[in-house]
Structures are given as C-alpha cells and as structure tokens.
Design a protein around this ligand. Structure first.
Ligand SMILES: [Zn+2]
Length: 335
C-alpha cells in the first residue's frame, strides 16, 4: 500500500529541541477548556502516532501542568514524551525491532501508562506464584470530600482491613489498582480498588460485611474466581492506562484535582506475598541492539511512499499503524 495523501500534522509544531514554553510554537486549542488556554506541544510523525487514540486527554493534562510553576520540569518531560525516538534492530540471525523513546513516564500520560500496564501484565504472568486467584473490587461510598482525602481514607482503611483475621484467612497477597470516578452532576468522588489476589473462596456477603465493619459506611464489593489468569492480566493494561473515568478526563476541575491528589497516592501497589514481585522490571534481553533510523523519519518515509519503510512500520506497530494512517490521512490500507 502506498499512502495516497499526506496531510499536515494533526497538531503542534516541530521537535527541534524547542521548549514546551517556547512562544514560537503553534498552540493547540483545547476543547472543553476555558477559552484562552492553549498548549504548545512538540509534535513529529512519531509522537503524533504515539499519542493518537487518546483524544484531547493529553492536551488537557498539559494545560494543567503548564499553569503550575512547580511543575515546569514535569510539564517539559510530558510535552516531549516520545520525541527523538529511535528504531533499533537486534543483532542476530532473526532480527527483531524495538523503539527506544524518551518516555515521560507520567502517570497522566496515557501512552506511557499503557506501556507500564503491558509491563506489569507481562511480569505478573511470569512472576505470580501458582495457585487460586480471585478478583476483588472494594468501593467507598461516594463523597463530597476532596479526592485526596477520599484516597487517603481508602488507602488507610484497606491497610487496616488487610490486618483483620477475615482478610488474612482468605487472602495471602495481591496487586491493587486504584480507579477514581466522579459523578458529573453531584461532583462526588467515587474511588475504588480493583484487586487481583491469591487466596481461597470467600463468600461475597461475608466479604461485604467485613468491608462494612472496616469502613463503617460502605458495603459495595465484588469478588469473582479467576478462571483465566491471562485474561485478568490483560485487565491490568486497561486499569493502568485508564486510571480515571472519562468524566474525570473531560472535566478541567476534576482532572486538575486528580493530578494534585495522585501526586501523593499510588495508582498501583502490591501487598502480602506479592510484595517481592518486581512488576516494573524491564524485560531481559540478551541481544545487542543496532540503531536503524529515527522513528519519525521512518514514518515520514512510509508516508512518502517508501514500501520498505511502510513494511517495517507495519512489522513494528502492526495493525495500529494501519488504523492510524487511515484515520489521520484518509489512506486505505490495501496491503
Ligand atoms: Zn509519556
């Protein structure tokens, strides 16, 4: 397939070392945000592809970070996430390719959180001890309190809950993912934990009663036996890349509050026998890697009709690359 049409970049300026705060760059305008807030984000072919699929979320986060003098460095890292990425090839008989990018690793960068989620899921599959697994959801009653206070309460209550006999009789260890939602009408926060844990059968009503005893006001829980551990691990990618409900991403005040609150709270943590797991370990590679080309140059060449470059893009990024082309440049992938 040869791209038929190359449009202008979807947003922004260039990657030539320019600053997030550089007034020379083209601003990106923000839907859903007050008029007048614009954010210059450096964009090249690779970063446009890397951050595609996340809608205006990235611009919303950048707009909040850029307004705080204390977050200037974080805002710079966030804005340049994926810039200067290189494609590398393994130096062996059956070469594989990888992309090495200057990732921001910000917990509000959907691209980085997706990568983090995939790594956690892969390490869980590899390191989780054999045994029976359960999938538990613990919720707190929705609250008008600030999100930071609600998260502190959830965290402290769960820590106390893990010390109870009821919990220890049923659960030995696990990994916990925090998700926060907000009711757009009442503005009440509703944080909850999704927990993959190892343990024995626990009646849902008993778990609910134990959680109510621990919280004093919340009884909504869920517990399911895990029949397919691989499938549950794939949920991990969803939880880590999402973290917040779409209502949070779309609301400037809610997103701003979430960014503040999660500076002091983890979105994911292990407990009990899972504490020894290294869920963020990088995959081990025996190969040595040779630089091939800048990722943005590779995509640019593919867009210009270079069939080898296009084939390599498809090999590295698979169908997602074809989808991005067709959605961004109105190309039809006939390969
Ligand atoms: Zn990032």
């Amino acid at each position: 397939m040869t791209p038929q049409h190359v449009a202008a970049l979807p947003t922004g300026g260039t990657t030539n070392g320019s600053s997030l705060l550089d007034p020379e760059e083209s601003p990106a305008h923000l839907p859903h945000f007050p008029p007048g807030i614009t954010v210059p984000l450096p964009v090249d072919q690779y970063t446009a592809f890397r951050h595609s699929g996340f809608g205006p979320s990235r611009l919303h986060v950048a707009a909040i970070l850029i307004q705080s003098p204390n977050r200037r460095q974080r805002a710079e890292r966030f804005a340049r996430c994926g810039c200067d990425a290189w494609v590398q090839k393994s130096d062996d008989d059956d070469p594989t390719y990888r992309v090495v990018a200057g990732a921001c690793r910000d917990r509000f960068c959907p691209a980085c959180q997706q990568t983090r989620g995939r790594r956690i899921a892969a390490n869980l599959r590899e390191q989780a001890p054999p045994g029976d697994y359960r999938f538990i959801t613990l919720t707190l009653r929705s609250s008008e309190q600030p999100l930071g206070e609600v998260l502190t309460r959830l965290h402290d209550t769960f820590r106390t809950f893990r010390r109870t006999k009821a919990w220890q009789d049923h659960v030995s260890g696990g990994v916990c993912f925090c998700e926060a939602t907000i009711n757009p009408e009442t503005r009440r926060w509703h944080p909850h934990y999704h927990i993959i844990c190892q343990g024995t059968w626990w009646d849902k009503h008993e778990l609910s009663a134990a959680w109510l005893a621990a919280t004093g006001d919340s009884h909504i829980v869920d517990i399911q036996a895990v029949r397919d551990f691989d499938e549950v691990c794939s949920y991990v990618v969803k939880y880590t890349s999402k973290g917040m409900d779409p209502t949070v991403w779309r609301s400037q005040p809610a997103l701003s509050e979430a960014i503040d609150a999660f500076e002091h709270h983890k979105m994911c943590f292990t407990f009990g026998t899972f504490r020894k797991l290294r869920l963020l370990s990088a995959p081990k590679s025996e190969a040595s890697w040779i630089p091939v080309k800048r990722a943005s140059d590779l995509i640019r060449d593919a867009l210009a009709g270079d069939k080898d470059a296009y084939a390599l893009c498809k090999r590295i990024w698979g169908r997602r690359f074809g989808r991005w082309l067709s959605e961004t440049y109105s190309c039809v992938d006939t390969s």
